[in-house]
Structures are given as C-alpha cells and as structure tokens.
Design a protein around this ligand. Structure first.
Ligand SMILES: [Ca+2]
Ligand SMILES: [Ca+2]
Length: 385
C-alpha cells in the first residue's frame, strides 16, 4: 500500500513548506484521506443507543453484552436492539476515565457460565484502581439476567489518586489464559516499577492465579503476574490468527502506538516514546534506546485508539486478518494490515463520531460503539451492489 510512504513524505515536506507561514501542525494527510460515508464499502445500521458505553462482547448464542461506564451491564438482542439490565453488578468508581470497563465471556461459557468484567474501584483516601472479577451469568427468558458467585480475581496495586489510565481491557488467549491491560494511572514511573502492576500487560489463569510459566515469577508478587512492562494507556488488546498478541496504546502527545507483545518485553514508557509529554517536555524517541521494544506503528498525528478486533469473519473476505481500531479524537475506524511482525495503517473510515469499541459479530459483521451520551451501536455489513 502506498499510503505509508506518501504519509512519510508529506510529513517530511510539509513543515519545511509551512514553517514560516504557519505555526500550527500541518494537516494530517491520513485524516484528510479518511473515507467518507458515500464511499464506505459497508452500510452502517443503528441497532440501539447507550449512555457512555465502554465495551461489548458477543455470547455464544449471538446475543450481546454491553457495559455503560456509569455502572450498568446490559444484555442486548442484536436483531431487535432490545436492552435488558443484568443485576448483581459491582459498585464502580465512576468519573473521569473510570467506571464499568470491559466484559468478556469465558471460552467455555456455554459449560461454565463465567463472564469476566473490569471496573474502577474506590480505595482508601481518595484513591482508585482497576479490578477484574468473574461471575456466573444466568439469563432469563425475557433477556434480563443476573450475576452470581462473583469473585474479584485481580486488582491494580497500589491504588492511586486520579481517574485516568485504568486500561482494564480483557482478552482470552489461545493458551486459555486471561490477559489484562493495566495502564499506568497517569503516574508514569510505575510502568517501569516491578513492585507495582501498573503500566503492564498481565497474564493470569482463568481463576486469577498466576501461571507458573510467566516470565517474572521468580520476583514474587506482583511481578509474577506481569507478561510485559513499560506501557502507558492500553485500551485494546487482541490476538491474531497466529496466536500473537497485539496491543495499541494511547501515547503522549504525538505518540500513539501499535505494539507486538513479546514475553518479558519492556516497551520503554515513560523513558522513551516517539511522542512527547503534553506539557511540552520532550521524551527521547525509541531509536535512542534500542534496548526497549519499539512500536510497530507510531501515529505522530494521533488517532486516540480505543477498542480492537482482529477480523477473521467471512462477511468481509477482503479484510480477513486485518485489525480494526476505534478512533476517539480521530472520530474514525482505522484498518491495520499485518504482514508477519510488521503492520501499517491500510485505510481509515471517517465515522463522524468518537468510536469507543469495535467487535466482530457471529456472522462476520463489524460492530461499533460510539462514545459518550446517546451513543449508537452500529452494525456494519457489506454495501449491496
Ligand atoms: Ca469487546
Ligand atoms: Ca519523543
């Protein structure tokens, strides 16, 4: 695809052309080139609306669970859009970026009924941290349901002040383990501190215990939970068809990332980033410290990534193996094409709204959740003709 080369050239040339005439950042060519609705290869159908939805997941029967940040878990009929509330949810620390987070069914949900969910939890003295729990979901004939036998199986430690950068995205790997993104709570240095589990990718057994083959088990808790470190704000983790784990990361100013996660890897934040601090202080770029793992893709003109699925459906055969990332500030859906251990942005769709979450439905449709109040749940299917 020619776009990455054109993008690089445009970025290299534009500041020289405009440096005396214009102090603002040059226009973002990738955003300029974003595909407008008339040219979309898909139709987008509104199915339902939510207030501040954060995550969704499909159950094996094809129905949908959706979280709302203020603390609701909803069971949704994707055909009618009918929403039914699930009872037994935890009290969440709602505010800032915090509240109800992700939701995910156990790979053997049909047999064991376990669903896993994450949320921001209050601590002592005006502190907060992410928690992950599992509970058995019992659904009623009318679509409502309840969580029972809830167990908190993981917590961010320590709990700290503030209401940002919880992360708490969940995924089950092909190894049957539970993977959690634990962001650095906007505290920077904990991402490098193995006495905390902030700024890390976490790998646990499905009951929350620590797998004996994790890379840092010899260091004891909480390092024994850690698979990789040096992460900032991770709102999307996904396994590809080869079992590799990819994550995207909302970077500091001008430094959004797509990373290929390696066992025991250190991704360098806050010591290095291709972006810089929002207060203007520079952060050395990745090429100054080859001992840290560099991102596969850096967006210097940021997309603000949230939600991530690597597509393997049949409805859009041309997109099999592509990654789809929701864009908050970029109000877009970004398609990433992979080639082994490399990747690039292949195209971007202008959605006109902040996109919070991306999912693949059982029939291969792509599903999006917009961000904020009165946000739409959209089903994307191939455009007829
Ligand atoms: Ca999801
Ligand atoms: Ca930098």
């Amino acid at each position: 695809m020619p776009r990455p080369l054109l993008l690089s050239l445009a970025l290299a040339i534009t500041p020289a052309l405009f440096s005396t005439a214009c102090a603002a950042d040059p226009a973002d060519p990738a955003a300029e080139a974003a595909i407008k609705p008339a040219q979309w290869p898909f139709a987008a159908t509104e199915v339902a609306r939510f207030n501040e939805p954060w995550a969704m997941t499909f159950l094996p029967d094809g129905s949908l669970l959706v979280t709302e940040k203020a603390g609701k878990l909803l069971h949704v009929d994707p055909a009618s859009g009918k929403r039914s509330e699930i009872s037994g949810v935890p009290t969440v620390a709602y505010g800032g970026q915090g509240g109800f987070g992700d939701v995910l069914a156990h790979p053997q949900f049909t047999n064991n009924g376990w669903v896993y969910y994450s949320y921001a939890e209050d601590g002592q003295d005006d502190t907060r941290g992410a928690a992950v729990a599992r509970a058995r979901l019992v659904l009623a004939a009318d679509g409502s349901g309840q969580l029972s036998d809830a167990q908190v199986i993981w917590r961010q430690t320590p709990k700290v002040s503030g209401r940002g950068h919880y992360g708490h995205r969940l995924a089950f790997g092909p190894d049957g383990k539970l993977w959690i993104s634990s962001s650095e709570r906007q505290k920077f240095d904990p991402a490098q501190d193995m006495k905390t589990n902030l700024g890390k990718i976490i790998r646990l057994n499905d009951d929350g215990s620590v797998p004996a083959d994790n890379p840092f088990v010899a260091q004891g808790a909480p390092a024994d939970q850690v698979w990789s470190l040096g992460h900032r704000s991770v709102l999307g983790i996904a396994f590809d068809g080869n079992g590799k784990l990819w994550e995207h990361e909302m970077g500091p100013k001008g430094g959004d990332e797509l990373n290929l996660i390696q066992r025991g890897g250190n991704y360098g934040y806050p010591i290095v980033s291709n972006g810089d601090h929002y207060d203007g202080r520079p952060i050395p770029d990745h090429d100054t410290r080859p001992d840290f793992i560099a991102p596969v893709v850096t967006w210097r003109q940021v997309i603000s990534p949230a939600g991530f699925v690597i597509y393997n459906g049949a409805l859009f055969p041309q997109w099999k193996g592509s990654g789809f990332i929701g864009g908050l500030s970029s109000q877009s859906l970004v398609r990433v094409a992979f080639d082994g251990d490399t990747a690039h942005e292949a195209e971007r769709f202008d959605m006109g709204k902040r996109i919070r979450e991306v999912e693949q439905g059982p029939d291969g449709a792509l599903w999006l959740l917009e961000d904020g109040n009165n946000a739409r749940l959209l089903k994307l299917t191939p455009k007829a003709g």
